[in-house]
Ligand binder design. Structure first.
Ligand SMILES: NC(=O)c1ccc[n+]([C@@H]2O[C@H](COP(=O)([O-])OP(=O)(O)OC[C@H]3O[C@@H](n4cnc5c(N)ncnc54)[C@H](OP(=O)(O)O)[C@@H]3O)[C@@H](O)[C@H]2O)c1
Length: 304
């Protein structure tokens, strides 16, 4: 198949693109360097192509407290990225199936994180704008499906991890941040100070598991939204303990700063719908995934 992937240079894109190519697909890769999606005419360069699938991964965000500090830019930039993509899709590539990414932070934390609640209630205040631009993306997909019959799939990933990350000094997703801090404690004797009391719980999905599920869903499902998670979560303390064991750093030395921002106390996606569609699937064990991330940091000491 012929595919267009936006966000190809991002964390997920760097795993997805080689995977799709390995499967024999022809992939056109889009990043802000070759196609700035904030510009209305940026996609016209691809008008002559006829894509079967468009993976729309591009988003302007970072982890940590980034969303808290950039709400205005987040609204302006993400609304442009998504609107320009949907406009071009409808006008130039209506035959293509659009596979777009949501976010678990769009859910109201007071409600079960089940697909039927994705557009209900209010996202957490600190991530509100980013979360709402993702809800608007889903609203746009539904609207274009209703009026023009375009086909889409909207997936909601839990936090992704795997052996590779950005090297540009951006704010890290929690698991990369934890590993980096503990490795620095071990290698350089830095104090290991984690945000919050460590009791906040988070779910992780290995990027290879995510991609495998994403592809199956892209083949089988349309015009719906589906959570992709592991269905289980661990506390930050549990993750820290596992990393300490792998790295050889005493967990007792890890400090917790309760004055720091931690976001939601608990975040685990319901995966009933996913399991109903795909049945049981095997996943990369957490310990193995953590080892891959540690190995990646050890190979990229400049990021430490
Ligand atoms: N990673 C996760 O744990 C996670 C969890 C839930 C949802 N998601 C969603 O999954 C998608 C991929 O996530 P990710 O972690 O791979 O994100 P990422 O690493 O931050 O990558 C973002 C991508 O968007 C591109 N982009 C940003 N601004 C752009 C612009 N103006 N024009 C064109 N491209 C632009 C970036 O290109 P440059 O490299 O050129 O800047 C990059 O390729 C996102 O939609 C994200 O919201 C991710």
């Amino acid at each position: 198949m012929k595919m267009l992937v936006t966000g190809a240079s991002g964390f997920l894109g760097r795993f997805l693109v080689p995977h799709l190519k390995k499967e024999g697909h022809e992939v056109v890769e889009v990043s802000s360097k070759n196609c700035d999606l904030t510009q209305a005419d940026s996609l016209t360069q691809f008008n002559a192509h006829r894509f079967d699938q468009i993976y729309h991964l591009a988003a302007w965000t970072q982890a940590g407290d980034f969303c808290l500090r950039h709400p205005g830019e987040q609204w302006l930039i993400n609304q442009k990225l998504n609107t320009h993509m949907l406009d071009w899709w409808q006008k130039r590539q209506p035959q293509a199936k659009m596979i777009a990414m949501g976010t678990s932070c769009s859910y109201d934390p007071q409600l079960p994180l089940e697909e039927k609640n994705y557009m209900v209630g209010e996202p957490i205040d600190s991530l509100f704008t980013y979360a709402m631009t993702k809800r608007m993306l889903y609203a746009g997909l539904m609207a274009l499906h209703k009026q023009y019959g375009l086909e889409f799939l909207y997936v909601i990933p839990s936090t992704l991890y795997g052996g590779g990350y950005h090297t540009d000094g951006r704010q890290l997703h929690f698991i990369f941040d934890l590993i980096r801090k503990i490795l620095r404690g071990k290698l350089y004797g830095d104090a290991v100070v984690l945000w919050g009391d460590g009791m906040q719980k988070r779910e992780l999905v290995h990027v290879q598991d995510f991609i495998q599920n994403l592809q199956l869903l892209a083949e089988r499902e349309k015009n719906t939204l589906i959570n992709i998670g592991e269905g289980k979560e661990h506390s930050i303390r549990e993750y820290a303990q596992l990393i300490c064991e792998e790295v050889g750093y005493p967990f007792e030395k890890v400090q917790f700063d309760v004055s720091k921002y931690v976001g939601a106390r608990s975040k685990v996606l319901s995966i009933q719908k996913l399991q109903h569609i795909l049945g049981h699937y095997s996943t990369v064990p957490l310990k193995q995934g953590i080892r891959e991330v540690i190995a990646w940091f050890q190979e990229h000491s400049e990021v430490l």
